[in-house]
Design a protein around this ligand. Sequence first.
Ligand code: WQD
Length: 351
Amino acid sequence: MGKILVTGGCGYIGSHTIIDLIENGFSTICIDNNSRSTTVLLSGIQEITGVKVKNYKVDLCNFDETYAVFQENTDIEGIIHFAAYKAVGESVGQPLMYFENNLFSLINILKCAVEFKIPHFIFSSSCTVYGSPDTIPVTETSKTKSAESPYGATKQMGEEIVKNITNAGDLKSILLRYFNPVGAHPSSLIGELPLGKPQNLVPAITQTAIGKIKELTVHGNDYPTRDGSCIRDYIHVCDIAHAHTLALQYLIENKSQQKCEVFNLGTGDGVSVLEAIRAFEKVSGKKFNYKIGPRRSGDVMAIYADNVLAKEKLSWHHKYSLDEMMDTAWKWELKIHKDATLHSNSNFQLN
Ligand code: WQD
């Protein structure tokens, strides 16, 4: 099998995907400018797989430097494009930075894919493209609403750009809409390394439990849901990672009947914030304080996936339970706390 180029491979989902690709026989290279990551996760990949993955520390917004990577690697068979800024709150404050980085990098990598006739392209998208859904669970044909943030807008625009480039040429592509990726590799050798104080729920829970954060705030418990808190579809990062390998194999084996296909990646189960906290307390044995705060702007009340399409066409079935998501997340947090290298790379500011 040919070489797979993973952009953003030093990041959370990218690093877990590289492991799954290697374990399924693919060779990989990475392009990551480490603006939001470090190469520490590549060391974890090497410990787990024995493979040293080469990273090209290139800004994908620099076309010439990106182009040079393709000139040096003429055996690239597929691209998985993760590299993007993804902090919802930050994007509201800095929309131009988000549109420039996320869209220019995508356009450059697609220009190279077309120029070098790379046949397969997988785009990292998000359930955020659905906005606040009218009905749940959402299917891939559910209406996409106007994005709740510039970050979400870059995912919606990104999907349109990939679709149009695919339809205009020989490239075949798949858009993978992740719901809420959480947890860490069972080895605890790689996981999420949030920069600064985490905005996402699960790293906020584990950092509260370990004492990096004084107290967790639950953003609202007055929603019309079963317990008043927001409902999401939490999915283990290793399940997300394996879906990329299956999607690539689906394209390589020419099973796709369309030029561009979309798949939801979620468990299909809705879990509330308070239920997630209780699951964490159960597996960690750590009871911790949280306070109920005001609703967070931009939050949707409830969203979870209809994942039938990925099951039927990609033969994808998620393996990890909510308890295992919390357990692996907690074990990773404990590892960061003990390991000086990881600790210094976790780059958090104590509040
Ligand atoms: C989940 C729930 C919060 C933190 C976003 C992006 C999505 C993807 C994942 C990139 C919400 C509540 C959170 C806290 C809380 N990003 N919460 N206290 O917003 O569903 O999705 O991140 O790929 O595209 O949209 O995830 O984990 O931030 O929030 O109460 O300290 O947890 O209000 O209800 P979200 P999240």
